[in-house]
Design a protein. Structure first.
Length: 220
């Protein structure tokens, strides 16, 4: 748990209290962790693996809201307010180990350690900023710009211009709100224009200045 962003600032004594209330669960690739509308009894921390959070449209289309990797948490909003049901689906993208934190027990722990309250509030604030940015990008930015910004964001997070994507291209297309064939076509165009290079599953950002201009709205 110490490697989780949510609990990184919690002192060891209170961290041990939390350890006593959590339970570890294992999920296979494609297994549903919770469904939209299911009773919200607590939140989750990814100990190993990755999880996608998504909504289904009325016609059955899937739109990915967030990808949670090792150390990340999700469904923290159930701790505050009157949220009684999970508002989306959560599914394991690979073999994944999850830590489940029951709501009521965690609320009791928060009473003795204000840093827990701060940690959850900071996590929720970060996600609010993320979703505000996501809404802006999906509504205002063209597909080229969304893809360019995503590649730049991954490069920044990994501190490298050469990387392998954490998710499959079909999942990335859903996350960015574009068709898989459009994603592949833009990747091919970026490669032809020598903006990026592709070595099997590895992406290499050749011209980050050009990519930055595309991300800001300039035509590729």
């Amino acid at each position: 748990m110490r490697h989780s962003f949510l609990f990184s600032s919690v002192d060891p004594q209170n961290l041990s209290k939390i350890a006593r209330i959590i339970s570890a669960r294992s999920f296979d690739k494609g297994e549903i962790i919770f469904q939209e509308g299911q009773a919200a009894l607590g939140f989750f921390v990814v100990a190993d693996g990755s999880v996608k959070i998504y909504k289904l449209s009325p016609n059955g289309g899937e739109h990915i809201l967030h990808i949670i990797n090792e150390g990340g948490s999700f469904a923290e909003a159930v701790v505050f307010g009157s949220l009684k049901q999970y508002p989306a689906f959560a599914e394991a993208l690979e073999k994944t180990q999850i830590l489940f934190v029951p709501k009521n027990d965690f609320l009791n722990a928060m009473k003795s350690d204000f840093t827990l309250t701060q940690a959850v509030m900071v996590s929720l604030a970060d996600k609010l900023r993320y979703f505000n940015t996501l809404i802006e990008e999906l509504s205002l930015k063209e597909a080229d710009a969304r893809i360019a910004k995503y590649l730049l964001d991954v490069s920044f997070k990994k501190n490298s211009d050469s990387f392998v994507l954490d998710i499959k291209k079909v999942e990335l297309a859903k996350k960015l709100g574009i068709a898989p064939e459009t994603l592949s076509r833009i990747f091919r165009r970026f490669k032809k224009q020598r903006i990026i290079a592709l070595q099997k599953a590895r992406f290499i950002l050749i011209n980050k200045d050009r990519l930055t201009k595309i991300a800001s709205g300039e035509k590729a």
